[in-house]
Ligand binder design. Sequence first.
Ligand SMILES: Nc1ncnc2c1ncn2[C@@H]1O[C@H](COP(=O)(O)OP(=O)(O)O)[C@@H](O)[C@H]1O
Ligand SMILES: [Mg+2]
Length: 339
Amino acid sequence: MKIVCLAGGISSERDVSLVTGKNVYEALRRRGHEVILLDVYLGTDKGVEEAWNADIDWAGSVGAISAQNPDIAAVKALRTDGDKNFFGPNVIEICHSADVVFMCLHGAMGEDGKIQAFFDLSGIKYTGTDYCSSAICMNKSLAKELLAYNGVSVPKGIHVYKGDEITNTVGLPCVIKACNGGSSIGVTIARTEEEFAEGIRCAFELDNEAVIEEYIKGREFSVCVLEGKALPIIEIEPLQGFYDYKNKYQSGSCKETCPAELDDILTRKMQHFAEEGFKALRLRGYARLDFLMKEDGTMYCLEANTLPGMTPTSLVPQEAAAIGIGFDELCEKIVETAL
Ligand SMILES: Nc1ncnc2c1ncn2[C@@H]1O[C@H](COP(=O)(O)OP(=O)(O)O)[C@@H](O)[C@H]1O
Ligand SMILES: [Mg+2]
């Protein structure tokens, strides 16, 4: 099959996306497919015919994820064609010439449904969920409302707009999040009024909407749902602080246990919530839902990630491995769900 791995872009999760792209690209090549790895924003100077030349190693230029989020202004400066279209040179043409596009994008423009909508209109097949569910899940507040309405419990909280007069009716400690963020960028755990003010400032630097929610003290988990069915649960324990950007992507900074050490009843309950959440959010293909659980076993769904990280050590591949599905096979399964 001819597959384009689409990665990069200009979201705050650009670097993570490139690493996902490189890993999926290499996995699908090992499975014998013809694969191109493309930066959706920077594109390539190669036209369609030249791009499918099997001798090109597309993974060569991709680096590791640094501890800080990427410098997007520097990336924008690399675009030499005027930047009128979000898609870089030759990207649309090459995606058109593929059997399917493997979506390796994370964050806005990729995970938010806009590219999916464009691909639908253009007749381009892609992995993962459609434009509508992508857009819903990109907005943490909308997603929480839909989850709660369908019986999946979420932390209590409020939704605020930039410019609103904000009174913290949630109390302290609380968590402030940019509504359309990801990778914990724009997430603050506030324990004092000063931290609250700083958290609001930080969220509105990234977004016009924010959620403020009760702080849940407890254990953290994530559950991948693949074609409607939950995989084994993974537990995440940061060695220091919470599950922030650095702890997410610097190896060795978290202890990850899969399958999580939970009794059968709690396991089934969380997997059930994940599957119900998947349905409630109209998801298709695969997604990963994040959970927190208090000591008494009360659990809360935080959000659904529609294009979760895909490196061999990412959470979803670890969950698949727990039922004997290796990384390469998982990538191929995801392709199959798209066709
Ligand atoms: N209500 C909460 N209580 C305690 N910790 C939270 C809460 N919400 C989020 N967190 C912490 O912040 C991290 C990021 O939040 P999340 O809602 O998953 O956003 P994203 O992963 O998209 O940035 C979580 O993995 C968790 O460690
Ligand atoms: Mg999360």
